[in-house]
Design a protein. Structure first.
Length: 156
């Protein structure tokens, strides 16, 4: 009697592992795919941000580099070659800096920024790109717009 109960119990549990695998595998695959998607988007965000920094670094080396927007854009795009739709905008703001190194808030003209204050030229590079996930998920956007920005002073 004990032997037949034991055999009956084993027989009723014979497919348990297979059922657990069938339930858990789709959830595990969704978790893995979601992690890969997040890593892809995070890596693209790092590249877009670094591209802005690379463009600003190139432009901050001299006034000639800062005024050559095409070269600054090229430097930024060369830093993120895998981002094919990278948009780069370059602006050259300036600030009236006091002798203590703080922004006075005055306009960047000699009249509005009197001595001993200094007119400090800057270069600002903004980058933007749309990143498309590997797969389309219901309820989530078809693409994500990621942005980067860098602001650096131009060496005199």
């Amino acid at each position: 009697m004990i032997t037949s109960m034991h055999a009956l119990r084993r027989r009723s549990e014979s497919g348990q592992s297979l059922v657990e695998l069938a339930v858990a595998l789709p959830l595990f695959l969704i978790l893995i795919l979601g992690t890969a998607e997040m890593a892809n988007i995070a890596w693209a965000a790092v590249q877009i941000s670094n591209a802005a920094r690379a463009g600003a670094q190139y432009g901050s080396q001299s006034h000639a580099n800062a005024s050559d927007s095409a070269s600054v854009q090229t430097a930024a795009k060369n830093d993120a070659p895998s981002i094919t739709n990278l948009q780069v905008t370059v602006t050259q703001p300036c600030k009236c800096i006091s002798s203590t190194g703080t922004d006075t808030g005055n306009a960047c003209t000699l009249a509005a920024c009197p001595s001993p204050n200094v007119i400090m030229p800057f270069i600002q590079v903004n980058t933007e790109a749309a990143v498309t996930p590997f797969m389309r998920y219901p309820g989530l956007p078809a693409s994500y717009t990621l942005k980067g920005q860098a602001l650096m002073g131009v060496v005199k």
